[in-house]
Design a protein around this ligand. Sequence first.
Ligand code: NAD
Length: 487
Amino acid sequence: MSLVDDVRVHYQQPQGLFVAGKQVPAASGATLEIVNPATSEPLARVAAAQAQDVDLAVAAAREAFERDDWRGLAPSKREQLLWRIAELLQEHADELGVIESLNNGKTLSEGRGDAGAAADCFRYYAGSVRRLRGETMDVDAPSLVYTLREPIGVCGQIVPWNYPLLMASWKVAPALACGCCVLLKPSEWTPLTALRLADLCKQAGVPDGVVNVLPGDGPVAGEAIARHMGVDKLAFTGSVATARSLLKASAESNLKKLSLELGGKSPLVVFPDADLDAAAKAAFWGIFANKGEVCSASSRLLAHRDIKEQLVDRLAKMATTMRVGDPLDPGTEMGAIANSKQYDKIIRYLELGKQQGARVAAGGQALGGKGLFVQPTVFDDVTPDMTVASEEIFGPVLSVLGFQHEEQALEIANASMYGLVAAVFTKDVSRAHRVARGLQAGVVWINRWNGFDCAAPFGGVKYSGWGRELGEHAIDLYTQTKCVWVA
Ligand code: NAD
């Protein structure tokens, strides 16, 4: 049997929640049907957590946090455990890639790539364990004053469906490195790799109760986590609307600390002196990789009037010949949209773009058939007042806007509620750095798109969120500082 068949057969068995080191059904017996978006056929049935399951998982995580076998574990041992999780993720990369592809619709190579990146994230944070440290400071009093970095406690981690395993890893790995215990809530659409990650953590030797995974609906399981008095911190990736409800839940419960990553409408700015091939390639993969379901997608291309036509021609040719279809076919470049809700949303934006006067340079329609496939779309002659210029579509839809000079480029680029990432393409070094400073974003790329590394912080300004994930910055999210004075 092929690996794909093995995975399909495996998921004929119902999957539980992962609480206190084992899979359990939801107390209510509630389940979610998980669908393969490339075929619209059922893929798996998974337990759906309700408030009482969240109570049990919080109790398990709290008990694990109070025990001494995790936060009290020798740092070198915790480092080894995280490293072992990384090895297991790498050993199971093919299997995880298949699961992700079947569940999310991304191509097999994208799924495998995510598993490799998840392994790298655990390796990076394995290395952080023994770099956790406090400081000493000189004070006026004749005292020794130092700080301790202590784990923040029980962490709720709510992740979306676009990078299910990778977003889980960005959250779980630094939390574990810091000695925290977690309740991970994957998206109701894509819970399978998060559950598999929990199995692998257990296999690596992580004590029971440290990692708990609670698939379930956002307004039920997610809301119960967000309002729970036993949860000390919430880390979230997803929409602005959900972020607002999490903030409210925190304010109305125990003021749990929040970190938020909320997507963007990110500009890629191309000046006439730029390497146009490089800019076209960057813009293309920036918006069409992972079907455009990427928080850091290059969804707005801002092209100088002198080169806009050339750029749009190149992009339209590339989009028209892009191979869209079966995510399991190794020749496929773009798979299926992850779920029916997102598919409907993208179709609405395609219609809206056309109605509001954008010119369809490529694509513009659904592909039809049983799966959720959409043509890679390039909208040219987009103006800042159009909806497709301002709202996050989260799909394979590029909006191209023209500009005449640098100030105008910055004005258009920054006229967004979001500020996650941005890029500038130019050969003029002074302009590159000037524009990088002028762009309102948490990450700016010069003459490239999509630089990601576990060592480099990632996160946004404005409505794109609070806090920085990755790098040593993520340690700030999962620790708190205690200051000690010695007379
Ligand atoms: P969402 O915010 O509803 O879902 C993200 C996660 O939050 C899921 O796990 C969901 O179950 C959970 N959730 C939903 N409501 C909740 C609540 N009241 N309390 C606690 N948890 C809750 O996002 P979505 O509906 O899946 O997607 C909508 C839009 O959000 C997308 O079209 C896209 O624009 C944006 N989005 C952004 C990212 C990103 O990477 N920043 C990821 C996914 C979606």
